[in-house]
Write a protein that binds this ligand. Structure first.
Ligand SMILES: NC(=O)c1ccc[n+]([C@@H]2O[C@H](COP(=O)([O-])OP(=O)(O)OC[C@H]3O[C@@H](n4cnc5c(N)ncnc54)[C@H](O)[C@@H]3O)[C@@H](O)[C@H]2O)c1
Length: 323
């Protein structure tokens, strides 16, 4: 009957959260015995990696998986942020189809944050979601991107990480041999501490909700994403763009009176000590980068959700009109 509206409610239970472990060890990828307890449930897997990491670690990884009785295939993607896009996701899905991965199979992301984001997103959408195991091989991926379940790729117009999903890994395997030549208690402790810090924030705010807690991890990222998209992906490494973004966030926070200008110098000093850039070189400027960008995350010409520092050691997410 015209004009009658009926409604059926769908009282879904809260999505079950599945806890996972971050295993930090040395030589794990070559050690079947060490991996057995963590991978014994897998029968079929697809390893996703890039053409630099594949030369370093793919052979070891494949040999170990096969010796554990896991039927494993692999797909090697071109290295670089400029290839973090839907074409890469399609390649992973094509490989998953040809390897006949099913809902019980696993995708293993062997590489830095770029591979982790692509493989994680492919796992999130293949057969409506299959398991992903993150095996980070850069320090950044070990302490940050492999933990927390953010996955995604860039869109040529929509910008950085415009297409993505929250898809938590079932396991994160950190093999210290991938980043340090010798076993070091200090590096192990550092990675463990960083992972625990990120895990605590993710557990309190899994999907970057209204509390703004997880969004604080984005400090400097709005500018970084504008820089990466504006300069072209791969011109600066993501970490370099974030370093410049941190300085800009500090400068803006100081110029708005949220923090003392001394804090800008301190941020710059810390970044210099890590050999990271604190500004864009030559005639490049982040404002130019922002002007031409249409993506929600990076559009600085409209009201933008910025993470700024409000007090020494405190962050806040602030809506600013940047025009
Ligand atoms: N999902 C998240 O929560 C999250 C968080 C932070 C960053 N990210 C994303 O991570 C990406 C940056 O990741 P990244 O900094 O690891 O860069 P990357 O993945 O591009 O790796 C950097 C370079 O190091 C090479 N490499 C990787 N492991 C190596 C090893 N052990 N030895 C020698 N070379 C090695 C790679 O082939 C690449 O050339 C960005 O796309 C960023 O958006 C995601």
């Amino acid at each position: 009957m015209a004009g009658v509206t009926t409604q059926v409610s769908v009282p879904l239970p809260a999505a079950p959260a599945i806890p996972y472990n971050i295993v930090i060890a040395t030589g794990t990828l070559r050690n079947e015995a060490a991996l057995l307890p963590w991978l014994s449930h897998i029968s079929k897997a697809l390893v996703v990696t890039d053409d630099i990491v594949s030369k370093l670690y793919l052979k070891d990884m494949m040999r170990t998986l096969r010796s554990l009785g896991i039927e494993a295939g692999c797909v090697v993607l071109p290295d670089g942020e400029q290839f973090k896009d839907m074409h890469a996701v399609t390649k992973v899905i094509d490989a998953a189809v040809s390897e006949k991965l099913d809902r019980k199979s696993s995708i293993i992301a062997l590489g830095g944050g770029v591979i982790g984001d692509i493989a994680g997103f492919a796992a999130a959408v293949y057969h409506r979601g299959i398991e992903v195991i993150q095996v980070p091989t850069t320090l950044m991926a070990m302490v940050d991107s492999a933990v927390g379940g953010k996955t995604g790729v860039n869109h040529p117009v929509g910008g950085k990480n415009a297409i993505g999903a929250f898809h938590q890994p079932s396991l994160v395997l950190v093999d210290l041999e991938r980043v340090v030549r010798r076993e070091s208690d200090a590096v192990r402790a550092l990675i463990q501490r960083c992972c625990a810090a990120k895990a605590a924030i993710v557990c309190a705010d899994v999907k970057e909700g209204d509390s703004g807690l997880r969004a604080m991890l984005n400090l400097g990222h709005t500018f970084a994403h504008a820089i990466e998209t504006g300069l072209g992906y791969g011109v600066l490494l993501h970490g370099e763009a974030v370093a410049v973004g941190l300085v800009i966030a500090a400068q803006l926070s100081a110029s708005l009176g949220y923090v003392h200008p001394d804090l800008v110098c301190r941020v710059e000093r810390l970044l210099r000590r890590a050999n990271l850039p604190i500004s864009l070189q030559g005639s490049r400027s982040w404002q130019n980068c922002g002007g031409g960008i249409g993506g929600k995350e990076t559009d600085l010409s409209v009201d933008t959700f910025l993470d700024l520092m409000t007090r020494y050691g405190t962050l806040a997410c602030v809506w600013r009109r940047c025009r």
